[in-house]
Design a protein around this ligand. Sequence first.
Ligand code: PEP
Ligand code: MG
Length: 575
Amino acid sequence: MRQLLPGTAASRGCALGQARVRLPHALDVEETRIAADAVESELERFHAAVETVRAEMRNLRDRLHGALAHEVGEFIDLHALLLDDPELLSGIDDLIRTGQYSVDYALRLQRNRLAAVFESMDDAYLRSRIDDIDQVIGRLHAALHSRQAVLQGVSGEILVTDNVAPAELAQLQSQGVVGVVTAGGSPLSHSAILARSLHLPLVVGNPHLLQKANDGDVLVIDGSSGLVVLEPDASDLRAHHARVKESRRERRQLNRLRREPSRTRDDIDIKLWANAETRDDVSEAHALGAAGVGLYRTEFLFLGSNVLPDEEAQFRAYRDAVLAMTGRTVTIRTLDLGADKADKTGLALRDEPNPSLGLRGVRLSLARPELLRTQMRAIARASGYGPVRALVPMVAGAEEMLAMHAALAAAVQELRSEGREVAAHIPLGAMIEVPSAALALPGFIADCDFLSIGTNDLVQYLLAADRTNESLGELYSPLHPAIVRVLHDVVRTCQRRGKPVTVCGEIAADPVFVPLLLALGLTELSLHPATLLDVRQTIRSQTHARLRAALPALLRARNRAGIQRWLDRHGRDCN
Ligand code: PEP
Ligand code: MG
């Protein structure tokens, strides 16, 4: 039966396809008891599911070849051992037999019991073993409901899941998956950023679909409005086809702006840089006339593989980006692993109690000097092929910038002594995304060649609102007087000291916020190519002097509603 299930738009584009449901590992099952005469059949269902999963494991093991077979095989063996663990199995049997719980609820209870034991362990490695229990329980649950537990897509499918990791997205798209709907997540998570980069429609914050959809159900999703239709009727299909046609028409119109300048009506040029994660982003940035790459997120090189990229692999990726930009500057950000950008290599710690406040970004680089040296060498080598800047994420103050200058200088010196070509100067900039860096900026701006404001994290840290937590809603929003004030102060400090400053958070990619950024005096923005032409169109409709004159009113706004009113009044096109 047709159902409308709204979520939050995260990556635009419409998709029509069949649902592939992946249930969460931590089972969200309500307490359900069964009748005494149903106990035996419930036990049989459970044992049949165990057999299915055992067979799946054997099958997986037999299909493994190549270099990773040994490592991956160990995981599979561990999961197979857990499946034979009497503690796990007889515990579930007992819960069904004596507690008369449904097998789903018994799985949940047993999972939580074991999780409590693991969580109380002092040893971080043992504590992290709960992930394995979750995976085994997730497989059993999937087998009970005849669903595939592993993330695997088929062309024409829309994945419906609790959450999706950045590393999974690229794999899904290459399998032909046409869209993703998640129960949790946020439009500002790294998965959402990557989905936009891959042009993969994504709707987040839609818990109802996960409960209602079954494999094979037909879905229509709209990544621009967040709307999802389960079992669409004829009018939904017509509306979907019309939207696809309309967005093609809009694209064609926008494409006319490819060669036009990003210039306001009163002739102020705004430099539009591109954010890039992949080689395709870089090519797109070049084709759309981006001024350069303002943010090359290097962590995406680390996310997809179990092995760390060595100097040569990193160098080749950076050099290719530099060559593809044909003389326009490429800003390569040093590794920003951690928090929601967890990798498969185990480099970023998995069990930090507060990952967003943990060892991420520059902190991880400085804690792993060999890793930093490798990356600095790769960046410096790429500078031999065209203009390169290096950008440091998660800077909290002066000390980190000094340490990063030293690391870059050491890499440059080494390379020169090896006879390699390195640019005469590689500008080193700081991301302003940690509140302490924004406040302390006057004290260390002399150590920065340029600045880039990361509003995604700045909003998170300034408002104490997790950027990945959909349930926080409006609490995570750049429409806050504190954000406006900090942006204003940082831009003013940079202008007074003659340092170039860019905004590279998602706020710069949203045409709605562009008038606010121009009013604050920003003349450089960095955004994903997917919305570069939309932002250029907005810039071309604005009068810079009029927005600057409205700055005092913006700074006087006392709350979100006040900033929204300012945007409604001053943000409209002047056409
Ligand atoms: C930011 O925090 O605004 C930013 C651009 O960096 P990332 O989204 O990669 O954390
Ligand atoms: Mg950031």
